[in-house]
Design a protein around this ligand. Structure first.
Ligand code: CMX
Length: 424
């Protein structure tokens, strides 16, 4: 098999033909109805868009191109990006080619660091990341090709170039933001020969004598990669991309959504909740303490971060993998222990509470405990880690959408007055 772009070149005509046939033969067939409740209720469950990179069956959790995420937990992010784009895992030669390709694009333009240095010192790391991505828009090869004029069938090629550029730069950028924002000293240059995740953990500069932290980063970057098309960040990226905005505009739009507390920011809130719980009960909360603390949180009008999900109705398999990693490497860590005990109590309480449709943990319930254990204690940075991984999903979706000629998205809104007329 040849490198990623060549494989896409072979696959895309087949996808176009296949989808063209489906639409031609069955285009009028209904796949969803929309109730008034759904129109007011965040469009939950309305099937109205297509995403082939991944799906989230409510009773199984994330599947990447048909493979359960749990079965991919030992892979590298390079494998995952290749899989997201093509539907196939790369062989070792193609993985290495992609790794080299990303490494060759790792340098961040110097003006970006100047923009970041000019920002207020207490800026949120997510705001720094998104500002950096947006200010690099001038680098877009897609926009330049579009301005010159290109066939619609060619859109995906420069979109793939932008995607590889952005993926190449993201670890350098994110590690640089970590060191700058949290006074960790000078930026660390990428090292030749390391993997995408390996280089990222190297550039963060966290002590890692055993290589366990690098493996944790690999796992983190694999597990957060994609979560079908309708979640806030994927959908925002898709929507902006549908206007033929380039990858820099689209991904930064998606990441602005990821920065919200009900979405990607929940991981920082979740660890904070666990730490406060441990603090209150001198590091060893009993199960009764946890039950009471959960009720106190709910009664104060707050949600339990890391629990519940708009689509999932089982424990998130990504949580299962993170918990397994923590229990394997540091079962006696007090934070990890509490994460595990919370998992035994919170679902029961949420069931009794009766509001959340899904009382089970989502991806954010355990990931922070791992980072904290390895000394990454800057909670506000956690969503940046999520972002580097999720960029793989957003970018692969952008490439596929341009390859399939996805049109500008424009659902129809209605007024309350119109709805009242319908029900009369
Ligand atoms: N704690 C308390 N209440 C919760 C809850 C939780 N963890 N999860 C849901 N609920 C409540 C909702 O706030 C809602 O309350 P109201 O009826 O008063 O409005 C009710 O239960 C029904 O909500 P739902 O249909 O089960 O869930 P939604 O699809 O509306 O929301 C989510 C999904 C993730 C925003 C929600 O479960 C939540 O706020 N969880 C905590 C934050 C979190 O962990 N977010 C990360 C999700 C992963 C990700 O997308 O990144």
């Amino acid at each position: 098999m040849a490198k990623l772009q060549n494989r896409m070149e072979e696959l895309i005509p087949r996808w176009r033909k296949d989808i063209g046939k489906l639409v031609k033969t069955h285009g009028a067939k209904k796949i969803s109805d929309v109730s008034i409740l759904q129109a007011y209720g965040g469009m939950r469950g309305v099937k109205s868009m297509v995403c082939d990179t991944s799906e989230v069956p409510p009773d199984k959790g994330l599947m990447i191109r048909g493979t359960p995420i749990g079965k991919l937990a030992d892979k590298t992010p390079e494998d995952i990006f290749y899989l997201l784009c093509t539907g196939e895992l790369p062989n070792s030669r193609d993985r290495l080619t992609l790794r080299k390709e990303l490494a060759s694009r790792a340098k961040v333009p110097s003006y970006v660091w100047k923009v970041l240095e000019a920002m207020p010192k207490n800026s949120h790391p997510m705001c720094m990341l998104n500002t950096a991505i947006l200010c690099m828009e001038r680098e877009s090869k897609y926009r330049k090709a579009y301005d010159k004029g290109m066939q619609k069938t060619d859109y995906w090629r420069p979109m793939m170039e932008d995607s590889l550029d952005l993926l190449g730069m993201l670890p350098t950028l994110a590690a640089g933001i970590y060191r700058m924002r949290f006074n960790k000293g000078r930026r660390i240059a990428p090292k030749k020969g390391l993997s995408w995740a390996g280089n990222f953990s190297h550039m963060l500069g966290i002590k890692d004598p055993t290589g366990e932290f690098a493996d944790c980063m690999r796992l983190y970057l694999v597990l957060h990669c994609d979560h079908e098309g309708g979640n806030v960040s994927a959908h925002a990226c898709h929507l902006v991309g549908s206007a033929l905005s380039d990858a820099y505009y689209s991904v930064s739009a998606g990441l602005n959504g990821l920065a919200g507390p009900l979405h990607g920011l929940a991981n920082q809130e979740c660890l904070n909740w666990i730490i406060q719980l441990n603090k209150k009960f001198r590091g060893r909360p009993t199960k009764d303490d946890i039950r009471q603390y959960t009720w106190d949180t709910l009664n104060s009008g707050k949600v339990i971060p890391g629990y519940g999900h708009a689509v999932l109705r089982v424990s998130d398999p990504r949580f299962v993998e993170f918990r397994a990693f923590g229990m394997k490497h540091f079962p006696d860590d007090p934070i990890m222990k509490t994460v595990s005990n919370v998992f035994e109590i919170v679902p029961q309480v949420l069931k009794e509470h009766g509001r959340a449709k899904n009382p089970w943990p989502n991806v954010d319930a355990g990931s922070g405990a791992l980072l904290y254990h390895y000394g990454m204690k800057e909670f506000s940075y956690y969503t940046v880690l999520f972002s580097i991984s999720r960029a793989m999903g957003m970018l692969s979706q952008l490439v596929v959408n341009r390859a399939l000629g996805a049109p500008i998205e424009r659902p129809k809104s209605v007024t309350t007055k119109w709805l009242k007329k319908q029900v009369k």
